[in-house]
Write a protein that binds this ligand. Structure first.
Ligand code: PMP
Length: 364
């Protein structure tokens, strides 16, 4: 073997791709707090009677059998709910798995992935692991999508895949329908629109699926649907694309329990609607309250969280909130967000606790 070190043995790290070793991992410290508003989860648990219905179905199912290869019952319900053909739906272990599958079938060494920054860090990580060159298009100074800049990049550089998160994590901005349409008119490669937070947003991009066969929209049950612990996501797109993406997803990656829970939930989806309405109203209330704190600059959001800048050090404010049992997300290491924190919208009393604590911290 060539290039062996003097010891005659490779170290474990020597056997890993250099480009992978250079990438920062996507990790989150396991911190807990009474007010946990750091992961954009739903503050409302899965309704108790629906849990009961899931347990009942699970009792009658055989746990020794694999789940269905194509989870047809769930796919049918998703198809009915979102008005999209069954063959154009792929279900996975969280939308993360779906995004990874879409990257696996379209990216490779030398391919170019366009994304907007700051955004969900996983895109850059998986794109980088696959050896793709990641092209960043920064948000505008107001932290809105810079459509003109992305159009310019798509027209003047070779781009294989575009992935945009809208509403964007962690800033909350949403791409306009007109902006998305203009980008799709120019970019003919795979276009992934990650809509993990779309239930909280006013604009629905589904109509564009019919017009642009290169568009794939990913969704999740982890946020508005309150099923983060069960790991379920899906995407909608042209059946030919979905069939290819299915090759890159592990078989049976969604277990019977999660499939059953999602079926039960989709049959009672109206149970979520009040929660979503309440979170949207609370988002408006928290935003207004943050605007009234002089040392805080919050940004409008179309998701179930708010990004805000602080005058002091973001790390210090994070720690002071944590000392009061309030866990927000420190996003100050993201590009352009040096002084930033993100807070998920919780139940009204949790939001109040957060606001009272932040006001007090900022007045010291
Ligand atoms: N996309 C975005 C933008 C997210 O913020 C997240 C979760 N933080 C995901 C995808 C992944 O969600 P899931 O739980 O469905 O894998």
């Amino acid at each position: 073997m060539k290039n062996l070190p003097a010891s005659g043995r490779l170290s474990p790290l020597d056997i890993i791709n250099t480009r992978v070793r250079k990438l920062p991992p996507y990790v989150l410290k396991s911190l807990q707090a009474e007010v946990k508003v750091n992961q954009n989860e739903s503050p409302f648990d899965f309704p108790a009677e629906l849990k009961e219905a899931v347990f009942q179905r699970m009792r009658s199912l055989s746990w020794s059998r694999y789940p269905e290869f194509f989870p047809q019952k769930l796919i049918r319900r998703i198809s009915e709910r979102y008005g999209w053909k069954e063959e154009g739906i792929l279900v996975g272990n969280g939308s993360n798995e779906i995004i990874m599958a879409l990257f696996l079938i379209s990216l490779d060494r030398g391919k170019r992935l366009l994304l907007s920054q700051p955004t969900f860090p996983l895109y850059k990580l998986i794109g980088g692991i696959l050896g793709a060159a990641v092209v960043d298009a920064p948000l505008t100074g107001e932290l809105e999508f810079d459509v003109e800049r992305m159009l310019h990049i798509c027209r003047t550089e070779h781009i294989d895949v575009v992935v945009l998160c809208s509403p964007n994590n962690p800033t909350g901005c949403q791409l306009s329908e007109d902006g998305l349409r203009r980008l799709l008119e120019v970019h003919q490669g795979l276009f992934i629109l990650d809509e993990a937070y779309s239930e909280f947003a006013p604009v629905n991009m589904f109509p564009l699926l019919k017009e642009f066969p290169n568009l794939v929209i990913t969704r999740t049950f982890s946020k508005a649907a309150g099923m983060a612990g069960l790991r379920l996501g899906f995407c909608l797109g042209e059946p030919v694309l979905i069939e290819q993406a299915g090759k890159a997803k592990l078989p049976y990656s969604v277990n019977t329990f999660s499939l059953t829970a999602a079926e039960v939930l989709l049959d009672a989806y109206h149970r979520l609607e009040d929660n979503i309405r309440l979170l949207v109203a609370e988002r408006g209330r928290v935003l207004q309250a943050l605007r009234e704190i002089p040392a805080i600059q919050p940004y409008d959001s179309k998701a179930n969280f708010i990004f805000f800048r602080v005058k002091a050090s973001a790390g210090e404010i994070f720690q002071k909130l944590l000392a009061q049992n309030i866990l927000v997300r420190d996003v100050s290491r993201y590009p352009l967000l040096r002084d930033g924190l993100r807070v998920s919208i919780g139940r009204p009393e949790e939001n109040d606790r957060f606001l009272v604590a932040l006001r007090e911290i900022c007045s010291l």
